[in-house]
Design a protein around this ligand. Structure first.
Ligand SMILES: [Zn+2]
Length: 409
């Protein structure tokens, strides 16, 4: 008895399909020899991959000479839409004739995700059964990075309706070492990864999951990985910058000696805004611009005397936490709630972004900004950012993912 080892190459072209595994069923020949051979299986469609698996071949002893060239044999599976695959077998570039030298049967049908089998039964010169198995996988979801902040990233995706869920993986390493995985429901379309390490960059990718024919989860390939740098947060000389923008709120303060007057560029923009408003018949004027630490201290203490600490903190910043100390914040006209629903306030809300300003403490955002609605208080952030923040409909805190809370409440 002689053991023959050769190569069978098979290409499976399957609709959704991906990796193909070859297993060998128990022999169909009479006095069969047993051998093992590597089999290179390629499947091509919108997914392409190949895999090398072991195939076992049984043969009749008296036909051994005929079989020395089995390495030249090729089994090709071609997917014909929803029909059974078409199988071609050729040896030494000669196509074998069906039902003469071999016969082929296709055992399992269907496009359901999961493992499927094709049984190739060889007769005549090619005795034995070859069980080809292939796996049908769902398509990877298409992923977009929706929002990147200082310590979180929001991802949106679109997966096939057939999917039962998705898996999100993220890591600081492009090889996804020490990665974290999150399981997501199919009904979700957005997810925010929170608590990321500040000033770091992350790689993200997703794959979708469907219920397979064996009632097991079948995963798609991973989507191509996305890379994003978190918005940078840095402290220089006691001043906090996010993405290069000075941040002052209840969480982030300023040194008492910081600032000396209005920022010239911001003041220029403010005056342009006043001119712009006057064209529309709206009269705006500066009520309060730069305020030093000690001036703010006096203002805040007056509020405390009047309303107590809790009441004062809703409407006035503690010294060192006033945006006015940056020289980039301006109070317009009347600093009282009576101003909130005036045509002037409406004009500011609609147009200030055109001049590089944002309304810093919008209505119904007290929980986020730490301050009650102030239609009169605008902050200069430059035109690029003012457009983006205004378009987002978010406060500066929300836009960058920042808190605004005093350490000692
Ligand atoms: Zn103000």
């Amino acid at each position: 008895m002689k053991l023959e080892i050769g190569m069978i190459s098979a290409a499976a072209l399957l609709g959704l399909a991906a990796s193909v595994v070859i297993l060998m069923g128990a022999g169909g020949g009479e006095t069969a020899d047993t051998g093992y051979t590597e089999s290179d299986i390629n499947s091509a469609s919108h997914y392409s991959r190949s895999s090398v698996k072991t195939i076992e071949i049984h043969r009749a002893e008296d036909e051994m000479q005929e079989l020395t060239d089995i390495s030249e044999c090729t089994i090709t599976l071609k997917k014909k839409s929803s029909e059974k695959p078409e199988v071609e077998v050729s040896c030494n570039e000669t196509a074998l004739i069906e039902n003469e030298d071999y016969s082929l049967t296709y055992e399992k049908d269907g496009d359901t995700a999961g493992k499927h089998y094709v049984n190739v039964e060889m007769q005549g010169k090619y005795k034995g059964n070859t069980l080809l198995s292939y796996e049908i996988k769902p398509e990877a979801p298409s992923v977009t990075l929706y929002r990147v902040r200082t310590s979180d990233i929001t991802v949106r995706w679109k997966a096939d309706d057939k999917c039962t869920g998705c898996e999100l993986e993220y890591s600081m390493s492009k090889d996804f070492e020490n990665s974290k995985k999150v399981s997501l429901k199919n009904s979700d379309t957005e997810y925010t990864i929170k608590g990321l390490e500040k000033n770091k960059s992350y790689y993200l990718r997703m794959r979708s999951i469907v219920r397979g024919n064996d009632n097991e989860d079948v995963f798609s390939d991973w989507s191509s990985s996305k890379y994003e740098e978190l918005k940078k947060i840095e402290v220089k000389d006691g001043v906090t910058y996010v993405d290069g923008i000075i941040i002052v709120n209840k969480t982030y303060g300023l040194p008492s000696g910081y600032g000396s007057g209005e920022d010239p560029e911001a003041l220029r923009a403010f005056n342009e805004m006043c001119s712009g408003a006057s064209v529309d018949g709206i009269y705006l004027y500066l009520a309060s611009g730069y305020r030093s630490y000690s001036l703010q201290e006096g203002i805040y203490n007056e509020f405390v005397d009047e309303r107590g600490t809790e009441g004062a903190d809703r409407v006035s910043a503690r010294p060192g936490h006033s945006e006015h100390q940056t020289g980039l914040a301006f109070d317009i006209n009347t600093t009282a709630s009576s101003f909130n629903y005036t045509p002037e306030a409406a004009w500011i809300a609609e147009h200030c972004h055109e001049y590089g300003f944002i309304v810093r403490y919008p209505e119904d955002k007290e929980e986020i900004t730490g301050y009650a609605y102030e239609s009169w208080h605008v902050r200069y952030v430059g035109k690029e950012l003012s457009e983006k923040v205004t378009e987002s409909g978010l406060t500066l805190e929300e836009y960058y993912g920042l808190t605004s809370e005093y350490e000692n409440r």
